[in-house]
Write a protein that binds this ligand. Structure first.
Ligand SMILES: [Zn+2]
Length: 394
């Protein structure tokens, strides 16, 4: 960003403040914006005119007046552009297109077998191309692409390590930006899920929340005082690798007795294989199969869910005691089994956690289901668009 002078910078900041009020408080009048921001009416008027010209706001009818001429109200133009969110799973790619308020307009999901990095990237590009084709006409088109990945990335959009995907050091942001010429944000899928739940789901009114994504492994996104907590170098949230059994099995991370060895989808399938097939390896196990067996009253499977729920609760206790969040949201694939996991999870949680940190805590299963990460990814793209100097503060 090139600054030509302080006055210019002040104008840019003021304009993004005005846009913020239009986005979050519309319909709103110019006079009310002036009142709330402390800016003069003339300044607000001139900035609003620029926003009208750039199609980010539009005017509607009239609002309530305290006497005199009725004010024209301003609305945020949420269809000025669309955000594309992607949840890159180990065996699927889920894509959602939202307007600038994060309201979904198109959804798409494809399976991929993840045989090779190049093939998975080709699938990803095909999926993005399809969503671009489906996007409604708009002033700005696709304003950004957010991609949630099952692993860790650096601040430069490189996937450093995604063990379940089998990726290391893949410059994903660069690859996708070069292909489509659209701004791309890469983040961990659990971080995306936490933001998705905070913006659109079970975390909407919570400022301190921990989102736990329970799939093949366990990841988590931590929001403190309304902001995603990334740790000192961006690698926070690996709660799946806290030990809940000091002398437990060896984890692929090098630690022993990690939480995800006991409370993940993988842990569930491994025990289910032993129970139903008599072997611990090989045969594929599906969540749908286990859920329908539980529904049919299969005692062994019901017990298995209860056992995983218990281990889930043991880890949750550590989070309650350590973070004192107001909300813990369990998401990811395993949340589909909420009905079977909840009783034993709550039992170990209530029996073991410290009473004071638990007092005002709510533990919930995700409301967005498997869509929390993809909606969070859209939210990342929208945030980047609005802080980008091109639009909000030029
Ligand atoms: Zn581990």
């Amino acid at each position: 960003m090139k600054q030509t002078g302080d006055l210019n910078l002040v104008k840019k900041i003021n304009k993004s403040i005005v846009l913020h009020y239009i986005r979050n408080h519309s319909p709103i009048s110019r006079a009310r914006i002036a009142e709330l921001t402390g800016l003069t009416k003339a300044t607000v008027s001139s900035l609003v005119n620029e926003l009208l010209e750039s199609s980010l706001a539009h005017e509607i009818g009239t609002g309530k007046s305290s006497g005199g001429r009725k004010p024209v109200m301003l609305l945020f133009n949420r269809t000025a552009g669309y955000a594309l969110g992607i949840d890159l799973g180990v065996h699927y790619i889920r894509a959602v297109l939202t307007d600038l308020n994060g309201v979904s307009v198109e959804e798409y999901k494809v399976q991929h077998d993840n045989a090779k990095v190049e093939l998975a990237i080709a699938e990803l590009k095909a999926c993005i191309r399809e969503m671009i084709r489906r996007a409604p006409e708009s002033v700005y088109g696709i304003i950004g692409i957010g991609i949630g990945i099952p692993g860790i990335s650096d601040g430069l959009g490189q996937v450093l390590f995604a063990p379940n995907l089998g990726w290391a050091n893949v410059p994903l942001q660069q690859i996708i930006e070069d292909e489509f010429g659209i701004a791309v944000v890469i983040d961990n899928e659990a971080n995306a899920g936490a933001v998705g739940e905070k913006e659109f789901g079970a975390g909407r009114d919570a400022d301190n929340l921990v989102y736990i994504s329970v799939g093949i492994g366990i990841g988590s996104g931590i929001i403190i005082k309304g902001e995603l907590y990334r740790g000192s170098s961006g690698f926070s949230g690996e709660l799946g690798h806290m030990s809940i059994q000091h002398d437990g099995g060896t984890c692929r991370c090098g630690n022993a007795g990690c939480w995800e060895l006991y409370a993940s989808e993988n842990a569930l399938y491994e025990s289910a294989r032993a129970l139903l097939l008599g072997d611990k390896a090989g045969r594929k196990m599906e969540m749908e199969t286990l859920l329908s067996l539980a529904e049919d009253g299969h005692e062994g499977v019901i017990k298995l869910f209860a056992q995983v729920g218990h281990f889930l609760g043991v880890g949750v206790v550590n989070i309650i005691n350590g973070f004192n969040p107001e909300r813990i949201i369990i998401g990811g694939r395993l949340a589909e089994a909420a009905k079977w996991l909840r009783p034993s999870m709550l039992q170990s949680m209530e029996g073991r956690s410290l009473p004071y940190p638990r007092e005002r805590l709510q533990v919930e299963f995700s409301q967005l289901g498997s869509r929390s990460a993809v909606l969070g990814a859209c939210s990342f793209a929208i945030s980047k668009f609005f802080v980008s100097t091109k639009v909000s503060v030029e």
